[in-house]
Design a protein around this ligand. Structure first.
Ligand code: ADP
Ligand code: MG
Length: 140
């Protein structure tokens, strides 16, 4: 298990960290983004999209749950309330898509379905308002 910690001082810096991180991603990868509302999960996803050369506007798929942007599939499990909803969504199949890079906001909602091999990204607040601590863990 490899960890790397970054300190971001702005929304832009978070996007830059994510853009650089995207260079390490290959199709089939699953990226789980942890952190409370407003911590920067969607901001981080924007940076990943930029790093993958995707020009679409990225917004949280809070109501649609999933949005596809080329190779990137962006999932937001915030509103999921039951196992049945995850099954209906085909979440397990989504995770297994070897042609896509799958980014999941609120992965805690489906923790037992997450693949062992994945990237975990934790976003934390600090004592300074616009700072975020970003911890990237690679699970092989
Ligand atoms: P989430 O998807 O986790 O709910 P968003 O990425 O949608 O969060 O929102 C993050 C909010 O925090 C934005 O309003 C952004 O401008 C603000 N922000 C302030 N500082 C940072 C930072 N260092 N990194 C990311 N977002 C930041
Ligand atoms: Mg979000």
């Amino acid at each position: 298990m490899k960890h790397k910690t970054y300190n971001s001082r702005s929304e832009k810096e978070t996007q830059k960290i994510a853009k650089d991180f995207a260079g390490r991603l290959v199709p089939g990868d699953v990226v789980c983004l942890y952190g409370d509302l407003g911590f920067g999960k969607t901001t981080f996803t924007k940076g990943i999209a930029a790093g993958l050369g995707i020009q679409d506007r990225i917004i949280s798929p809070t109501f649609t749950i999933i949005r596809k942007h080329g190779v990137l599939q962006h999932v937001d499990l915030y509103r999921i309330e039951s196992r049945e909803q995850l099954t209906a969504l085909g979440f397990e199949e989504i995770l297994e898509d070897q042609d896509a890079i799958t980014v999941v906001e609120w992965p805690e909602q489906a923790y037992d379905l997450l693949p062992k091999k994945r990237w975990d990204i934790r976003l934390e607040l600090t004592l300074i308002e616009k700072d975020r601590e970003i911890i990237i863990t690679q699970h092989e």
